[in-house]
Design a protein around this ligand. Sequence first.
Ligand code: SF4
Ligand code: SF4
Length: 321
Amino acid sequence: MLEANITNIQHFNVHDGPGIRTVVFYQGCPLRCKWCQNPETISKKERVMQDMRLCIRCGACIEACPNAAISYQDGALYTDTDRCCLCGKCEDECCTKARTLSSRKKTIDEVYREVMKDEIVYRKSGGGITISGGEPLLYLEFNRELFRCLKAEGIGTAVETAGYVPWEYLRDIAEDTDTFLFDFKADDCDKHKFWTGVENGRIKENLIRLTEIHPNVVVRIPLIPTVNDTEEEFTAMMEFVCRLKRINSVHILPFHQFGAGKYDLLGEPYELGSFKEDNDARVQACVEIAKKRGLKVNLGGTGFAEDKKTESKIRERKKDV
Ligand code: SF4
Ligand code: SF4
């Protein structure tokens, strides 16, 4: 039976696709973006997360652990990762939720039943399910089957991807996907490698090919101060976007620090702590660069309602593909 590591199933989301959606987050990503707001999803395996602000030092986790992997050290709980088998017993016994595993294995049926709790909401709002992460396409077979089940019920589907996967993954899920939310992080290859851990050749190639076969690809740009919000870099990105087929708008997602606290829970350093959130001048400058090239701009990823006006056009285009 197919299973996937699911870090979260988030109901009532209005940022990641049309209408009101449920977003399924997957564990594992081939990129290492230094600004990642979901760092718990990066490693392919589950991670133990520990919030010492919630810990009441009851010791229940230590007692529950079958491998004696947990101990107190300098007033904090230390987990010996060599001993930990990620069984989740410490999470089960922690009454304050100070201790959690980043993800749990779920079957397609379990995910399907959870997301279909909001079926009426999708039908009324024109929403549906978005798979995200991490990189959801690492679980290709799982998600193809999930999407087939959802499409059989007429539920909308969206894929949020960083695009660093074999082309066949995108091609194979395209048939059952209504919307792709495709992240584009930098045009300059060296810069991309430094900030995300991988070069961007495969990503750009996949984006070109996807826009050739799918009518509804949304290019999303997480705007990171000094990384891709400079005039030179952002202009190069927009020039690339303008050459893509069927793309006449971009989503710009201004930088925020919402995920910074998660690095503490993982016991990892966060390198972008000093980056400013509210640089309206830079955001506006980037918006103007895009608009000057005839691109419509959606700030923040909401406003798919606005895009609804073009939905009939999209459907028409779909027939042509
Ligand atoms: S069970 Fe939870 S609250 Fe108790 S010591 Fe462990 S982490 Fe802290
Ligand atoms: S996940 Fe299991 S093995 Fe790992 S620390 Fe918790 S109880 Fe121990």
